[in-house]
Write a protein that binds this ligand. Structure first.
Ligand SMILES: [Zn+2]
Length: 63
C-alpha cells in the first residue's frame, strides 16, 4: 500500500505560532516579542537586548 504519499500541504493553523529570531552577533535565539522593538518611519526594527545588534526584520511576519 502506498497510501501515505507526502503531499500534505502546509496548513494554515489558526493557532498563532511565534516566529523565532536569531541574533547573528551573539547567537541569541528568542521569540519575536523578546527583542527590543523600535518603530521607525520605514516600519519596525528589532534589536538584540544582549549585544544591541539590529536584526534584519522581515516585513509582514504575520501575513
Ligand atoms: Zn545579540
Amino acid at each position: 500500500m502506498n497510501a501515505l504519499t507526502q503531499r500534505s500541504p502546509p496548513e494554515r493553523r489558526t493557532s498563532h505560532r511565534k516566529s523565532v529570531l536569531f541574533c547573528s552577533q551573539c547567537d541569541r535565539t528568542a521569540a519575536v516579542d523578546e527583542w527590543v522593538l523600535t518603530t521607525t518611519d520605514d516600519g519596525e526594527t528589532l534589536a538584540c537586548p544582549d549585544c544591541g545588534a539590529t536584526l534584519t526584520a522581515r516585513a509582514n511576519l504575520s501575513d
